[in-house]
Ligand binder design. Structure first.
Ligand code: GLY
Length: 438
């Protein structure tokens, strides 16, 4: 049996645990503040350490005792906190990046500067500011269409976009000054107009292997309205592209990631091992880079890992050994739709501590648990996204039907976006990009 240390206890890590168990012959040793019932059912003889995912010292002791064959770190916070570096010190190899290359996600300024320095396409007009010198003038250059990015991990709340979160030059300037006061650094950039998509790639430091493209829906309410969330739902298509993308868009995005991996190695001397998750946007004349994350997306992990055909343990070991180039990583040609069921009031005033029930799920629907407390008498909402329902099918429409049935089977003070993966919403996205490109 292989022992695998899995850090993180959300739905993304539930999907990772399932993919590891599908590979067979593994015991999972999980770390998380609360027991995820899905991961708990997949330990296969392993253990659960109930500690914060950033508690580096507690994980050091755990790893020294269990001596895992390798580790996987799910969320961004422990990567930024140096968890992988600590594991390397105690001799545990990890299919996740060291802190220095994890800056790809934890420092927006680092990534923009890297892409610019190595002449990689995809950057917007941007400037990194360390003080207010020239700040106001740059807002004038961008002419009211801007994005302000706080440096550092902000749980998805550090990026504010004109016309959405900020209105007019003065609000942008005020938020940029707030960011400077907070961390001494802020990135101001041009706002792109187009359709966003996620392209995640496995990376062994020198080679990248793309996963299917996925589109996430960050807004809380139907029609892409309301506050930003961690992601309310996602879909992917059977051909591994998306209905609004051209083959050249996917190729451009993959090429940017390949070049960024090479630049990272050259710049830091350190190999990025893990998942490079590119947030891209298809615009009028091609593809631009919004940001990188240094981990699987949540919910995107549920879309891609559900259809991964290749043994995931082998993929992790190839990442660790630098052997991805010699490996054929395959995904089933199936469409997937994921709908997150979240507490009423999410994301700002989420109901907590109230029981939910999950009725019978139709065959083919997979449930991945996230922010739920598993008590003796059932599942209770714990204040964030509760359970992700994933459907798979030969078409997006078939996958959507299943995900919808799964989400509708959850009762209690919850809601979900019925429109994720529906033909109506996808047609709007196709029409929007077509309009831009014609
Ligand atoms: N899907 C958004 C994220 O994982 O950051």
């Amino acid at each position: 049996m292989k022992k695998i240390l899995l850090i993180g206890n959300g739905a993304r890590e539930h999907a990772i645990a399932e993919a590891l168990q599908r590979a067979g012959g593994v015991e999972i040793f999980a770390v998380g503040k609360t027991k995820n019932p899905g991961i708990f059912g997949l330990l296969g003889g392993g253990e659960y350490l109930l500690k914060d995912v950033c508690d580096v010292e507690a994980v050091r002791e755990f790893a020294a005792r269990i001596r895992p064959d390798f580790a996987v770190v799910g969320p961004e916070a422990p990567i930024a906190a140096g968890m992988v570096d600590m594991l390397a010190e105690v001799g545990v190899k990890t299919a996740s990046p060291l802190q220095t290359v994890g800056r790809l996600e934890s420092s927006k300024a680092f990534t923009r500067d890297l892409v610019a320095k190595y002449g990689i396409p995809g950057n917007p007009k941007f400037k990194v500011f360390h003080d207010e010198n020239g700040l106001s003038d740059f807002f004038d250059v961008l002419g009211g269409e801007y994005v302000v990015k706080a440096d550092g991990l902000k749980g998805g709340k550090g990026v504010k976009v004109s016309g959405e979160h900020l209105h007019g030059r003065e609000e942008g300037l005020a938020y940029a000054k707030e960011c400077l006061a907070d961390s001494g650094r802020v990135v101001i950039e041009e706002k792109f107009v187009g359709q966003e998509f996620s392209l995640m790639s496995f990376c062994d430091g020198r080679h990248t292997v793309e996963m299917p493209c996925v589109q996430d829906h960050k807004r809380a309410y139907e029609g892409d309205k309301g506050p930003n969330t961690g992601g309310m739902g996602t879909y992917s298509d059977a051909n591994h592209s998306l209905p609004f993308l051209r083959a050249s868009d996917v190729a451009e995005a993959a090429d940017i990631t390949r070049k960024v991996a090479a630049a990272l190695l050259k710049e830091t001397g350190c190999e990025f091992k893990g998942v490079m998750y590119g947030g891209f946007i298809a615009v009028r004349d091609g593809v631009r880079l919004i940001e990188y994350n240094a981990r699987f997306g949540d919910p995107e992990a549920m879309n891609v890992l559900s259809i991964l055909k290749t043994n995931f343990v082998d993929v992790c070991e190839a990442i660790i050994r630098g052997e991805l180039a010699g490996m054929k990583v395959e995904f089933e040609n199936k469409a997937t739709v994921c709908k997150y069921v979240v507490p009423e009031g999410y994301p700002d005033n989420a109901v907590k501590g109230v029981k939910i029930e999950i009725g019978a799920l139709p065959e083919g629907v997979r449930a991945y648990f996230s922010s739920v407390d598993a008590r003796e008498d059932g599942l209770y909402l714990a204040g964030s996204r509760a359970v992700a329902m994933v459907g798979m099918g030969s078409t997006i429409a078939a996958a959507e039907k299943l995900a919808e049935a799964g989400a509708a089977a959850v009762t209690g003070p919850v809601f979900y976006r019925k429109d994720v993966g529906t033909a109506g919403l996808i047609q709007q996205k196709i029409a929007m990009l077509k309009g831009l490109r014609n």
